[in-house]
Design a protein around this ligand. Structure first.
Ligand code: BG6
Length: 443
């Protein structure tokens, strides 16, 4: 059986603690990663024992016996990637391994140095690299990152968007294309608007230094929100091969266009957390259009923010009202919930027994409710796919560049504007409610 090693650069960081280690542990408990070892890389003098105890805190295992077996797979290799001798020692260590999957959960400034060096490792099996966003900071820098990575790794680069590991996001295409119910009405004749909302109640936690250079538009819209938009708005792909699906997504992303309605916000205590005045936005709401015949005139509303009233993420497709006798019909909605649970809900007009008034009734399927404790985590799916060499749930560079074009256009619209302050625990700046359909949600 092939043997894999997952090499985690940035092993002492926030992402590894919050998402990566719990996902690997969850995968192990779900029968995955049996023939995979994990080597954590960091500058800190943790040693393998320190890494294991850190991993235990991060994963909070409920099964001691299985944890004892799992932690044998964890090793820590102290490395300063800026120091040639230290990095060489790591590379020699890795040459004894068969398949290598690198995960770069580091500051992007380190990508060139790391990829150039690890590309030269002579191991016996495959060598693949997964990278975390941000993939650059605009179209130009994304293109040069792409060039750099493909120079060293060819097509063995797996750019991560962890939302693509979420079951409901993966199911958007299934819902659209495997049910004859939806495709005939999935267009401007029947759809009134599409809302994509990602609302967090938490702030930036330990990542404030990184976040302050990024902001909500680059952090969330460039990646997760536009990836969801692509799945909702894409045309049926020519085939179901990953390249063809990705081409269909890239094509629609190229047609996405922000309108003039953009609101940037910043939560009240943000500047004191950063420690200096800053114009970084922690909230963005905008109205966009997709210039294809299918979506003529249909507004797409995107919203993302931190320290808001509650944590939830939803895609809401609102249909136009129907004409039924002389009655006022309510707008049907299809709501795809990613967070806190993973659910699909369809609201339709019906009458209660003995009543004459139309009312809206909800039919709901909660995917995650039954399997909650064992539900595979996003990164678990992504590690698994990358180990198998499958790219279906990764973003392609064409998609990434199209997303940056959209984001660059938004950036141009707000240049020189200060983000509007909003109270922590609120629904964001009041002004965002002026972007019509948000009235239900914002302000
Ligand atoms: C990350 C962003 O990609 O997604 C974070 O960098 C954000 O700022 C996070 O908090 C949200 O992910 P999830 O899965 O908790 O919705």
């Amino acid at each position: 059986m092939d043997h894999n090693t997952l090499v985690l650069f940035g092993a002492t960081g926030d992402l590894t603690q919050r998402k990566l280690l719990p996902a690997i542990w969850s995968g192990y408990m779900n029968g995955r990663f049996v023939n995979t070892d994990i080597i954590g890389i960091g500058r800190k003098n943790w040693g393998t024992e320190g890494f294991r105890s850190h991993a235990r805190d991060a994963c909070r295992p409920s099964n001691d016996a299985r944890w004892s077996a799992f932690e044998q797979k964890l090793e820590f290799f102290q490395t300063d990637v800026e120091d040639k001798k230290s990095f060489d020692a790591l590379c020699h260590h890795l040459e004894t391994r068969q398949n290598l999957l690198f995960m770069l959960a580091t500051l992007p400034e380190l990508f060139p140095k790391i990829t150039e060096r690890i590309a030269k490792i002579k191991n016996a099996g495959f060598k693949r690299v997964m990278i975390e966003k941000p993939f650059g900071h605009d179209v130009k820098s994304a293109k040069s990152l792409h060039r750099l990575l493909s120079k060293h790794f060819g097509d063995q680069v797996y750019p991560i968007d962890h939302y693509l590991g979420k079951s409901t996001v993966r199911n958007i295409m299934v819902l659209r294309f495997s049910n004859p119910l939806f495709e005939p009405v999935w267009n401007h004749k029947y759809i009134d608007n599409v809302q994509i909302i990602q609302s967090e109640d938490q702030g930036t936690s330990r990542r404030i230094e990184f976040y302050d250079k990024t902001g909500a538009l680059q952090d969330m819209v460039q990646s997760h929100l536009l990836q969801m938009l692509a799945r909702v708005a894409m045309e049926p792909p020519k085939t179901w091969a990953p390249l063809s699906v990705s081409a269909a997504k890239a094509n629609v992303l190229k047609k996405a266009r922000p309108s003039e309605q953009v609101v940037f916000g910043q939560y009240a205590g943000y500047e004191s957390e950063v420690g200096h005045p800053t114009d970084t936005e922690t909230f963005v709401a905008l109205k966009a259009f997709v210039d294809t015949p299918r979506w003529k005139g249909v507004p797409f509303y995107l919203l993302s923010g931190k320290k808001l009233e509650k944590r939830f993420a939803e895609v809401i497709i609102t249909f136009k009202p129907a004409h039924y006798m002389d009655q006022q019909t309510l707008k049907d909605t299809l709501t795809i919930t990613l967070q806190p649970d993973e659910k699909f809900a369809l609201s339709v007009n019906l009458k209660e027994i003995g009543q004459t008034e139309l009312k809206s009734f909800k039919m709901e399927y909660c995917q995650s409710c039954d399997v909650r404790p064992n539900a595979p985590q996003n990164y678990e799916i992504l590690f698994q796919e990358a180990l198998l060499g499958k790219k279906t749930f990764f973003a392609s560079w064409k998609e990434i560049e199209a997303c940056w074009k959209f984001v660059d256009a938004v950036q141009n619209k707000v240049r020189g504007q200060k983000p509007l302050k909003y109270a922590e625990g609120s629904k964001g700046p009041q002004t965002a409610a002026s972007i019509t359909e948000w009235k239900d949600y914002v302000g």
